[in-house]
Design a protein around this ligand. Structure first.
Ligand code: HEM
Ligand code: FES
Length: 775
């Protein structure tokens, strides 16, 4: 409307380009209010409309551009030159002169600190101050976190109820933060009050009176930080990161300045403690709300690292972060001017279904949860992420063991400190029956069951327990297995081409799913006895029995059926029929034209013949070798035809022949699935070390000859998701920005993609000379 348009203009509405067609702001964009109840209640939900319709929009109420989709947010984080972090800690609500005067009275002179600093200073400082955050140096903090958590539990365990926030969740992260910094653990109450004031000051919307109050607290905080720093200077050889920074000042006086140390002292107390306290409270709340997930964790503590990470994704404690453009730039199809202020709602990106499957679900088995944006991304990504993870995991390990029967006090109202960015409930009330405490029955229950490695959760630990519901002979040398959930719950959905990994005697083997995707209560697979293989199939044939409990990972799909083609040729050799039969079933249901070609040694060894004939009779071509029938590749695939795709799974020589026959066809026509890795694995005797420049963070990482690139990246604190770790799945892909001599060892990239040289699989591929990665 004209009125609204006038209103935007008077706020300095920058959206004028489309003025001819009226105000281009949508109603939702105009109404968006991060201090309103919708956003405060659930920021991801409040921006659902934006993710769907207007992923980059100008908010006149805030005078910021809001960004809500995963890819856009990540792209902004990645480019810290175009998108400067300088406004990350700016007051989002302009303060009154009066409040500014109060701050001046305390000589308040907060300067840039790591998080809001531009290059090149930022990377110089980060490099100089990094050492204490390295995984091997964090290990020593574990015993203290354990002790603090156990002490807190000892205090409450016989009470039967507690407010977890008040009793421990803010105190422990603060104590750990102070310990990490080397600050004496006194005045903790005061520090909590100061930190809250800092949050309101930075991300809140305080009233005029509150601004004065907050200014006094922030001023006091500033002076307090200064005093502690002075005390530390007297004992520079003592423990903690701040003293390390003081010592580094002597080596790099122009990098680590006085003002810098003072500002950092204050900023990091907030960065380290409120974020972690809120994250932990959000985590307990979400897990206890979904009782079955809590119980699953009590039974399977190896899921704890991923559960904590998934809670950081689902309900993060930092929900939005800021950048400002340093030049005109386009995000999506929106043109932003230089100086545009951006509010990236990371909580919204974390619920973007373009990146996360079933994003609103809390899934303990989600294997890419580590991609969440709650710690930011790129060169400024949270340096303390592994400290926070360590705390959250130990909290869960202690509580799931000592208070598995704990529950949320029903009907409690959760309240939040109103602000754009830091989010966690003010209180979290839980209760339990102390007479059921496991340690009253056995002292054993007091002893830790698990220790967790520092760093991102390993997907390797994400095994789901299932029971073998049925096992039967399908053909000579092939058994069929049906798997069901231990508690009768539906198993996850899957799509044709998907596989699961069976964990047998600590061995993982991939098997394609071949049942009915619409029967989620059962997963069906077929296993060929392969005496020469690593032993998994022999185990299935000889030892596995109906009723046995086994672990599976997945389902995952790296052999996806593109349902948009007009026509399909499906080719299976031997046991390769398993993914192909699921594809054929699907195509039949979609009513798409297809032919199915199935070769084997003899009918006796070919599984599913009856089912195939019944369901796909007129499209089925069988090639039993002992009857003299040969699958002739050129005849089956014919000429290259627009709209036709080929899917094949079978022995290596069949797949190689197919690749050869389609050598000069465009990418995307032939899709093949290999059974196993070939020559991808590390042979330390033969490998060469190489160096990798990480462009987003400016660091150089050396990959030793006995290390994979994935391992080296993780040791440097870079989280890269992985799954198969043998070059089969594509999960660990990283983008290569320069360097040509890459030794690709995966089975994911096509020849064309290898020639392009833009990506590689970190779990197996190497380089013969220095390369740069977009990390
Ligand atoms: C930066 C979140 C815990 C220290 C950040 C950033 C976010 C964040 C969003 C900005 C990232 C970016 O701009 O890309 C969190 C969350 C935490 C947490 C959600 C807890 C769950 C901690 C802890 C410490 C810490 C425990 C220290 C002991 C830092 C530092 C930076 C930072 C030093 C600045 C890094 C830089 O700019 O180079 N954190 N943080 N954080 N965080 Fe954390
Ligand atoms: Fe599967 Fe690297 S983790 S290809």
């Amino acid at each position: 409307s004209a009125d609204k348009q006038k209103a935007h203009r008077s706020m300095g509405c920058p959206v004028t380009a489309a003025a001819a067609g009226g105000c281009p702001l949508s109603h939702q964009a105009a109404e968006f209010d991060p201090f309103g109840s919708d956003y405060q209640l659930d920021p991801a939900e409040a921006l659902r409309w934006s993710r769907a319709q207007e992923p980059v929009f100008y908010s006149p109420k805030l005078d910021y551009w809001v960004i809500s989709r995963y890819d856009d947010i990540k792209a902004v984080f990645r480019d810290n030159i175009t998108f400067s972090p300088s406004i990350a800690l700016e007051k989002i609500t302009p303060v009154s002169q009066e409040a500014q005067d109060v701050l001046l009275g305390y000589d308040y002179a907060m300067n840039r600190t790591l998080v809001n600093e531009d290059e090149p200073q930022h990377t110089e400082r980060r490099r100089v101050l990094m050492e204490h955050f390295a995984p091997e140096n964090l290990e020593r903090h574990k015993p203290m976190i354990r002790r603090l958590t156990r002490d807190a539990l000892d205090r409450i365990i016989d009470q039967g109820e507690a407010d977890l926030v008040d009793e421990m969740l803010w105190e422990i992260p603060l104590t750990v933060a102070l310990h990490f910094l080397g600050v004496p653990e006194e005045d903790m109450g005061k520090l909590r009050e100061y930190s809250i004031a800092h949050t309101v000051n930075t991300w809140g919307r305080p009233s005029k009176e509150e601004q004065i109050e907050v200014a006094h607290a922030v001023g006091n905080f500033w002076q307090y930080a200064g005093k502690v720093l002075e005390k530390m200077r007297a004992t520079p050889d003592g423990p903690g990161w701040m003293r390390y920074a003081i010592r580094q000042q002597a080596n790099y006086p122009e990098v680590v300045t006085d003002s810098y140390l003072h500002s950092m002292m204050m900023a990091i107390i907030v960065a380290a403690h409120e974020t972690t306290a809120h994250a932990s409270a959000n985590m307990f709340r979400r897990l206890l709300e979904r009782r079955e997930l809590w119980e699953e964790l009590c039974r399977k503590p190896q899921l704890i690292p991923n559960a904590a990470e998934e809670c950081l994704r689902h309900t993060g404690s930092v929900v939005a972060w800021r950048r400002i453009t340093t030049r005109p730039v386009t995000i999506g199809d929106v043109e932003l001017p230089k100086g545009a202020r951006l509010l990236m709602v990371t909580a919204s990106g974390n619920h973007d279904e373009r990146h996360f499957e079933n994003p609103d679900e809390l899934d303990l088995y989600r294997d890419n949860t580590v991609d969440h944006l709650t710690f930011g991304y790129g060169s400024h990504q949270c340096m303390g992420k592994n400290i926070a993870r360590m705390e959250m995991r130990i909290f869960l390990e202690e509580f799931t063991r000592r208070l598995p029967h704990m529950e949320l006090v029903p009907d409690q109202q959760f309240t939040y400190l109103p602000n754009t960015s830091f989010r966690g409930p003010d209180h979290l009330r839980v209760r339990w029956d102390p007479s059921c405490n496991p340690e009253r029955l056995s002292e054993q229950a007091r002893e830790p069951r698990m220790d967790f490695e520092i760093g991102a959760p390993a997907v390797k630990d994400l095994a789901r327990s299932v029971r073998v519901a049925d096992k039967r002979l399908l053909a000579e040398g092939i058994v069929g297995l049906s798997l069901e959930d231990l508690h009768g719950r539906p198993l996850p959905n899957w799509t044709p081409g998907a596989h699961v990994e069976l964990l047998l005697d600590d061995m993982g083997r991939h098997y394609s799913l071949c049942g009915d995707p619409d029967r989620p209560e059962r997963l069906e697979l077929a296993v060929l006895r392969e005496p020469e293989s690593r032993g998994g199939s022999v185990y299935v044939h000889e030892r596995l029995q109906v009723g046995d409990e086994i672990g599976i990972r997945g389902p995952k799909n790296h052999f996806r059926l593109d349902e948009r083609a007009e026509e399909y040729v499906l080719i299976a050799g031997g046991i390769g029929i398993t993914p192909i039969i699921a594809m054929a079933d699907r195509l039949k249901r979609l009513g798409k034209p297809y032919t199915l070609h199935y070769a084997g040694r003899s009918r006796r060894t070919m599984a599913f013949l009856d089912r195939l004939v019944a369901a796909h009779g007129d499209r089925l071509y069988l090639y039993p070798g002992d009857e003299g029938e040969r699958l002739r590749i050129n005849a089956v695939i014919g000429e290259l035809a627009a709209g036709r795709q080929i899917y094949a799974c079978g022995p290596e020589r069949l797949l190689e022949a197919l690749e050869l026959a389609t050598n000069d066809w465009p990418a995307g026509v032939l899709h093949i699935e290999h059974f196993g890795a070939a020559g991808t694995l590390l042979d330390p005797g033969k490998e060469e070390a190489f160096e990798v420049l990480l462009e987003d963070s400016g660091f150089t990482v050396r990959v030793a000859s006995d290390q994979t690139l994935l391992e080296a990246l993780r040791a440097a604190g870079i989280d890269v998701a992985s799954d198969c770790e043998e070059g089969l799945c594509g999960t660990c892909e990283v983008a290569v920005t320069s360097g040509e001599d890459i030794d690709h060892r995966d089975r994911v990239l096509s020849r064309e993609e290898r020639n392009e040289g833009k990506r590689m699989m970190a779990c197996c591929s190497r380089a013969r000379a220095r390369i740069s990665l977009a990390l």
